[in-house]
Ligand binder design. Structure first.
Ligand code: HEM
Length: 210
């Protein structure tokens, strides 16, 4: 769970950096984003890493479902007054619910972008690359679609907030002195990822309005 989660967190940084190009001004942004996507999509090493990524998403999901079943079975008690809120945060107790929101988001995300890019009939730009840029831009003209992204990304942010901190314990890095530093770094990571991803659909939507 921890290792697949850390790999997925690393992917989130690379994916954010690539997609921030959508916010560049002018017509050249379209050609740049499309050739960047073409460069990645055609690189054998990146294609191999993509398969590791898909495997990590599946493993992380299957592991989460398995652990959740195990802990429900082990706890088996229903509390008349649930006082767990005093010892843990609400998001650490609802990692499964947050994970389900992220999973549903990924189903939509893969259908609308990944599938269209790999197997769809996208028009080509002036350089002969698939025009992924226009596909993404047009999708964020719709307010409901932007809201869907913002909700999913906030769920991702809370999921990361707990996930990064608990992962370092799982892989054996628990140490009283470093705990605080790791916790602060985890918070900074979750906030930067959340704000960075939210900025993309929101700014594209607002740009369409002016
Ligand atoms: C608002 C921000 C986002 C934009 C504009 C965006 C855009 C895209 C696009 C255009 C693709 C298809 C092309 C490609 O395969 O690279 C893609 C793939 C993907 N996205 Fe996103 N994405 C965003 C946020 C996210 C988030 C938050 C996650 C994770 C929770 C995510 C996970 C993925 C994954 C796993 C793939 C497949 C990558 C691959 O095939 O190698 N994306 N995204």
């Amino acid at each position: 769970m921890a290792l697949t989660g850390l790999f997925l967190s690393f992917f989130l940084i690379i994916h954010l950096a690539g997609n921030l190009q959508l916010l560049l001004p002018g017509e050249s942004a379209r050609l740049q984003y499309n050739s960047y996507s073409q460069l990645l999509g055609g690189n054998p090493l990146v294609i191999a890493i993509s398969f590791v990524l898909y495997a990590c998403i599946i493993l992380h999901t299957v592991d989460a479902v398995y652990l959740s079943f195990k802990s429900t079975k082990a706890n088996g008690i229903s509390y008349s007054r649930d006082r767990r809120g005093r010892a843990s945060t609400w998001y650490s107790r609802h990692m499964m619910a947050l994970g389900i929101i992220i999973f549903l988001f990924l189903v939509i995300h893969f259908k609308d972008y990944w599938y269209q890019y790999k197997f769809g009939d996208l028009p080509l730009d002036e350089n002969g690359n698939k025009d992924l840029y226009t596909l993404v831009m047009v999708s964020f003209e719709k307010l409901w679609y932007v809201i869907l992204y913002v909700v999913a990304i906030i769920a991702l942010g809370y999921h990361l907030l707990h996930g990064v901190f608990s992962a370092h314990r799982t892989i054996g890095l628990f140490h009283p002195v470093y705990n605080r530093i790791i916790k602060v770094m985890g918070i900074i990571f979750a906030v930067v990822i959340t704000l960075g991803y939210i900025l993309i659909p929101v700014l594209i939507y607002l740009n369409h309005q002016v």
